[in-house]
Design a protein around this ligand. Structure first.
Ligand code: 13P
Length: 255
């Protein structure tokens, strides 16, 4: 069985003291989770503080992006080795907010993902359709294009380690989650594509999360989807109570 993941994407939230407090709560509770991987993804500036707070726990530490080169004239970017150096284990790549507002493309997502894999940073690659694409019946086409592009030149050995997050744009920050059926349909499409590109063994190893208005009240239903391996959580991850409540639901399901 794939170990489920509950990951908190804090986006551009939390000053350092608040970040320390939230991470401290999660670190304290983390010992009670035996079947669920927890991951926190604060802003870059909070990563070193969280690295200290989370050391000695099994909680993963994720950056919200990563560049594809080692060093150089790339103002505003952070290299994979720099993230590794401070104890990062994961990097979110291709979040729709980066694609929408910061010019992230399928090509740059692929570069970032390959660089992460070379540095033992597990990429959490986000894919998802807009409302217009869903209404036009293009959901599967869109997410398959994004997944295929993200995995260009990634071999089967590395592909096994990738985590995907299916996050429909219309569900992010809207309070309107995808239904369990909609989420499962897209997740199954992603897993089917992984089997086409690689094989069944890769497809059945890769963990695929759902993200988009995941809350304590809807996680129990969402997690029933056979292809769903956990959640990437935005606003509900900004309070330890709601984040841990979602994580406890996933833990009970996984037991
Ligand atoms: P919300 O949970 O706030 O909808 O955000 C989801 C998300 O974008 C996680 O990466």
């Amino acid at each position: 069985m794939r170990t489920p993941i509950v990951a908190g994407n804090w986006k551009m939230n939390k000053l350092l003291d608040e970040a320390r407090g939230l991470a401290g709560d999660v670190a304290e509770a983390s010992g009670t989770f035996e079947h669920t991987e927890l991951i926190l993804s604060p802003t870059y500036v909070a990563l070193p503080a969280l690295s200290e707070i989370l050391s000695g726990t099994d909680v993963g530490l994720s950056a919200q992006n990563v560049h594809w080169t080692e060093q150089g004239s790339y103002t505003g970017e952070v290299a994979p080795s720099m993230l590794e150096e401070i104890g990062c284990t994961h990097a979110i790549i291709g979040h729709s907010e980066r694609r929408q507002y910061f010019g992230e493309t399928d090509v740059s997502v692929n570069r970032r993902a390959r660089a992460a894999l070379e540095h033992d940073l597990t990429p959490i690659i986000c894919v998802g359709e807009s409302l217009a694409e869903r209404q036009n019946g293009e959901t599967e086409l869109k997410i398959k294009l994004q997944v295929r592009a993200a995995l260009s030149e990634v071999d089967a050995g590395d592909a096994r380690d990738v985590i995907f997050a299916y996050e429909p744009l219309w569900a992010i920050g809207t309070g309107e989650s995808a239904t369990p059926e909609q989420a499962q349909e897209s997740l199954a499409a992603i897993r089917g594509l992984l089997a086409d590109i690689y094989d069944d063994s890769v497809a059945s190893s890769v963990r695929i999360l759902y993200g988009g208005s995941v809350k304590p009240h809807n996680i129990d239903e969402l997690i029933q989807g056979p292809d769903l391996d956990g959640a990437l959580i935005g606003s509900a991850s900004l309070e330890s109570e709601s984040f841990l409540s979602i994580a406890r639901s996933v833990e009970s399901w996984a037991e």
